[in-house]
Design a protein around this ligand. Structure first.
Ligand code: ADP
Ligand code: ASP
Ligand code: MG
Length: 827
């Protein structure tokens, strides 16, 4: 005998029912079969929702109508596909059930409330109809099938909506089915899931929401089935809920105990009590996909194939939401005898189930979790139980934290493996998730952490990524799609596949300019072959609003969201603090924040640290050259900057290089401008302000505290030159200074020197930007043609400085530097 349970989605439409039928027909060829069937997907929820509607005054017949409609469609589709089916009989049957529903709802309305027995009868209607449909289908294929009355076999005790099955009574009731002596003797036995009957009163009961899985297990035990199969809508049990963790892995085998822990701690794929009875009778159980019947599924058994030495000790990770964390604490805790027992007793008497307990080693406090629905009753009961102690001040008022979630790692090999908890908590810390309480099952098969429910999905993904080594995802929100931003998108596009192969999944989830902001949870498709064009999509996107990024991150809970600033806008720089607080890392090519007010400069670093986010800005100085990182490494290892000199502007390096070749100054500027080396207004470069910002950033990096206004900028022009007016007027006037520069350069050449526009930090700590005469042998003398050079004199690098040299401007190298910063976040 095999028992097969089909969940709601496996019978959710005519097509699905027919696939289930095929599976059953094939199976019945080789063995007797017990079938447990859920309500058509969504029907139980629909039935639950009818009650408040009639209580609010809606007409019972109207409220019952969707129940009829949903099944009518299925019956019509079934009769079209299976002509042997007696459609009118099924429709008549549906009418009877709809009439029963209407009558029950009518009674509820008259009473002004829905008593538990009525509630159970209403909810049972879904399974009662689906059971009939499946039996009729089996008959239409000529199978010897009988519909069992769940009340006869699934004997229970306790409250009607969530009764407890009585295993021995069930086994006894099922005995005649095993031997074939029962009146219900057939090749295929169909049992509507979810439903039972009270052992004493015989009244209809339910096994709690999702209880059809349990019905499957109970029938399997009752029939002493050789195997039990739970057919659902996923290929088996995954390492985490595939809806929350898209790259979760299928677990081919696990032990009964592991499956019990996983379902207890929230793996919705199995009702938590399903495995107990199956384990007791050692019935091998498969979880299989009715939408993909050829997939082997997951096997739950007594002795799964052992995990090899060094293999992943974690089988699965679950997340149980809507949990409340209650803490009993107080100065009298240590002396009070049996507090734990009293707490547990009180919780149990309330019928609430304890999810986990955690006690501090000082025994000063004891925390435990119950479902949020149970929390108010538990709170009242505990306040009553400990009234005297509370009054005497031996206990503090009960602390109740709602909206918590329990994240749980499950795996048999964790018992013998060290460091699992360490990895777990490191992963949570890196994801900036606070832990309110921790508990390890005595079996050491599970470790749980209680956290804020708002962090649950992010925490689950981060921990899963750590243990299953799936690709680390980084979600980019790129602001600024000018030359640097566009080049970055090109680079991401061309590297995406290669990075994924190395375990890094880079996605562009946000794209914005000053007018629009495009947000997509799964990332933009950047491939050009598929004809998607980000420019067109951005143009059609909603208006720009930085706050929408924060809302999006709060809602979608990306794994490693990064704000990437490729603008030079002050407004974007002003947004970094909010972004860091909102959970985004920040990578910026924009110098405004780091060269702005010193308080902001400090606040950015403090906020990043306290929120465990990265704030990276390698491209602020020298574009893609490894400047900031190198300097930080020197300083971290105890070196000190004593002086600095550098050519920090690609455009000025180009212009001054040409001067040496005898090109007049005005021509050199025009040439640089036409070749795109300068800003549209070349005075932005020539003014030295941009260089001053870079210099200030280096100075601050080395511990300096100056403001931009304190950087001395010496104008490169002779005092009598008028550098004001429009760009054209300025360019027209520029030949006036040609002679001045020619003379200066000639004079210097005689002394074996060249002229450079450079930034310096003197040993006294003065930051200065201006014209610098350097000997031809000096490292800066060779810098021209757009190159940058940075010479750091430090305690270790003296008298010869450490020199970093290379192209320090240009969209491609800057974008590459930004990209490298983004990748450092997931390195
Ligand atoms: P059914 O209607 O067949 O009983 P359920 O919706 O109750 O189906 O359970 C199947 C769902 O359980 C899956 O679609 C999946 O989203 C969810 N689920 C949660 N955790 C897991 C997990 N660890 N492995 C597989 N599925 C899971
Ligand atoms: N139909 C019931 C529910 O939705 C039982 C089940 O599907 O397992 O809770
Ligand atoms: Mg289910």
């Amino acid at each position: 005998m095999h028992v097969l349970k089909f969940g709601g989605t496996s019978v959710g439409s005519a097509a699905r029912l027919l696939s289930a039928l095929d599976i059953l027909v094939a199976r019945a060829e080789s063995t007797r079969v017990g079938v447990v069937v859920s309500a058509v997907s969504g029907i139980t929820n629909l039935l639950v929702a009818t009650i408040p509607r009639v209580l609010a005054g809606e007409a019972p017949a109207d409220v019952a109508a969707p129940f009829r409609e949903r099944h009518t469609v299925i019956i019509a589709d079934l009769t079209a596909a299976a002509p042997a089916l007696d459609g009118p009989a099924l429709l008549a049957l549906l009418e009877t059930h709809t009439a029963e529903l209407t009558a029950l709802l009518h009674g509820t309305q008259l009473l002004g409330e829905c008593p538990p027995d009525t509630y159970a009868r209403i909810l049972s209607l879904g399974e009662r109809v689906s059971g009939r449909l499946l039996t009729a289908l089996l008959h239409s294929r000529g199978l010897d099938a009988v519909l069992l009355d769940p009340g006869t076999y699934i004997r229970t005790r306790g409250p009607a909506p969530a009764a407890e099955p009585l295993l021995s009574a069930i086994e006894e009731a099922c005995a005649p089915l095993r031997t074939g002596e029962a009146a219900d003797n057939a090749r295929v036995l169909v049992l509507p899931g979810f439903i039972g009957a009270d052992h004493q009163t015989g009244r209809l009961t339910l096994l709690g929401r999702n209880g059809s899985d349990l019905s499957g297990a109970l029938l399997a035990v009752g029939l002493r089935a050789a195997q039990c199969e739970i057919w659902t809508d996923v290929d088996g049990i995954y390492s985490a809920d595939p809806r929350l963790v898209p790259d979760a892995r299928l677990v081919p085998e696990m032990s009964y105990e592991e499956a019990m822990e996983l379902s207890f701690f929230g793996a919705k794929v199995l009702h938590p009590q399903t495995i107990g009875p199956l384990a007791r009778h050692r019935i091998p159980t498969w979880i299989r996909n009715s939408l993909n019947p050829s997939a082997p599924g997951s096997l739950i058994c007594a002795h799964p194939t052992p995990t090899p030495e060094g293999g992943n000790p974690v089988r699965g990770i679950t997340c149980l939401e809507n949990v409340a964390l209650l803490t009993v604490a107080g100065p009298g805790m240590k002396g009070l005898v049996g507090v734990a027992a009293r707490i547990l007793g009180t919780v149990a008497r309330r019928g609430a189930s304890l999810i986990l307990i955690s006690q501090s080693s000082s025994e000063y406090d004891l925390s435990f979790c119950v479902s949020e629905a149970d929390a108010p009753a538990v709170e009242t009961a505990l306040t009553e139980e400990f009234a005297l102690e509370l009054q005497a001040g031996l206990l503090d008022p009960l602390d109740v934290q709602r909206g918590r979630a329990v994240l749980c790692l499950v795996g048999e090999p964790m018992r013998t493996r060290r460091g699992v908890a360490g990895t777990f908590f490191t992963a949570l810390a890196q994801a900036d998730v606070n832990i309110s309480a921790i508990s390890q099952g005595a079996s050491e098969r599970s470790i749980s952490a209680v956290l804020d429910g708002a962090d649950a999905a992010r925490a689950l993904r981060a921990v899963h990524q750590h243990f299953f080594q799936t690709a680390r995802r980084v979600e980019i929100f790129l602001l600024g799609v000018g030359t640097v931003g566009a080049s970055l998108l090109d680079q991401i596009r061309s590297q995406q596949a290669a990075l994924l192969a190395h375990g890094v999944d880079v996605r562009v989830c946000g794209l914005g300019n000053s007018r629009h902001l495009l947000l997509t949870p799964n990332g933009l498709d950047l491939s050009t072959e598929r004809g998607t064009d980000w420019r067109a999509q951005l143009g059609a996107a909603e208006p720009a609003s930085l706050m929408r990024i924060l809302d999006f991150v709060r809602r979608e809970k990306p794994q490693n969201p990064v704000l990437v600033d490729c603008t030079s806008a002050e407004a974007v720089a002003d947004f970094y603090l909010a972004a860091l607080r909102g959970g985004l890392h920040v990578v910026t090519a924009n110098k405004k924040a780091n060269s702005g007010a010193l308080e902001t400069y400090r606040a950015l670093r403090l906020t990043a640290r306290s929120h465990r986010r990265r704030f990276l800005y390698e491209t602020n100085v020298g574009a893609g050259l490894p400047v900031i990182d190198t300097l930080q490494n020197l300083l971290r290892s105890g070196d000190q900057l004593t002086a600095f000199a550098g050519i920090l502007s690609g455009s000025l390096s180009f212009i001054f290089g040409l001067l040496e070749d005898g090109v007049p100054f005005s021509e050199a500027v025009t040439e640089a401008r036409t070749r795109g080396f300068t800003e549209p207004d070349p005075r932005d470069d020539l003014s030295g302000l941009d260089v001053a910002r870079k210099l200030l950033i280096l100075h601050r990096e080395a511990g300096g505290q100056q403001a931009l206004e304190e950087v001395e900028i010496a104008s490169i022009f002779p005092p009598d030159f008028d550098a004001t007016g429009s760009v054209d007027a300025f360019l027209k006037r520029l030949p006036e200074v040609d002679a001045y520069f020619r003379a200066k350069i000639a004079a210097l050449a005689e002394q074996g020197q060249v002229l450079r526009l450079a930034g310096e930090i003197t040993p006294e700590g003065t930051c200065r930007v201006g014209l610098l005469a350097v000997p031809k042998t000096h490292p800066l003398a060779a810098i021209r043609g757009g190159e940058n050079a940075l010479a750091f004199t430090t305690h270790r690098y003296a008298p010869v400085p450490l020199v970093i040299r290379g192209y320090g401007a240009g969209a491609d190298v800057t974008a590459a530097g930004v990209f490298a910063d983004v990748l450092r976040i997931v390195a």
